[in-house]
Design a protein. Structure first.
Length: 186
């Protein structure tokens, strides 16, 4: 099977000082209004594989109902692809939070529930997880207390790229990887 990255499970476990569950397949969803990042991580007794990444894109100028339809079309494509290849153990969806905009919150909640509903029959366990919880689980730490926004996204990508020896440059995919990685940690 093709994969994006293969790395010794004990190396990651030692780096983050956490036990990695072998024989686990985890899918992480960074659900967003316009760009949703998805990652699948698979472990064996010896290796962790970053197997696949996906991106769901919804243009900014699309109205509510049309954006839902576009999101669902792409979600169904991903579901068909996953169903052919994987039996997912953990399906972790980023829990939405209220920032500054009620409309954005409503869209995030809708999209998150669509992911949960469409993917739950492909996974043993589906759950929502706060981003801060996932980051803590993979031992990500900000460079300083006030870091947020684009700087935080940059630091998360740097952390993931160093930890997994990858070159991911999309913060939505990076957040999806963090969530998937949290799903393989005991």
């Amino acid at each position: 099977m093709a994969y994006i990255k293969k790395i010794a499970i004990n190396k990651i476990s030692k780096t983050i000082n956490r036990t990695i569950n072998p024989g686990t397949i985890s899918m992480g969803w960074d659900v967003a209004q316009h760009a949703t990042g998805v990652a699948i991580i698979r472990t064996t007794d010896k290796y962790l594989y970053l197997d696949k990444i996906y991106k769901i894109s919804v243009p900014k100028d699309v109205q509510d109902r049309d954006s839902i339809d576009l999101f669902v079309e792409q979600l169904e494509d991903i579901k068909r692809d996953i169903a052919k290849t994987y039996k997912i153990d953990m399906n972790i969806i980023e829990d939405c939070w209220f920032g500054r905009n009620v409309k954005t919150l409503k869209t995030l909640a809708r999209f998150s529930v669509l992911v949960y509903d469409r993917m739950r029959n492909l996974a043993k366990t589906s759950m929502f997880m706060q981003p801060v919880t996932a980051r803590s689980k993979v031992r990500f730490k900000k460079s300083k207390k006030g870091v947020s926004g684009d700087q935080l996204k940059k630091e998360i990508l740097e952390y993931i790229n160093e930890l997994l020896e990858t070159n991911v440059n999309d913060h939505d995919i990076g957040d999806g990887i963090v969530l998937a990685l949290a799903g393989v940690i005991k």
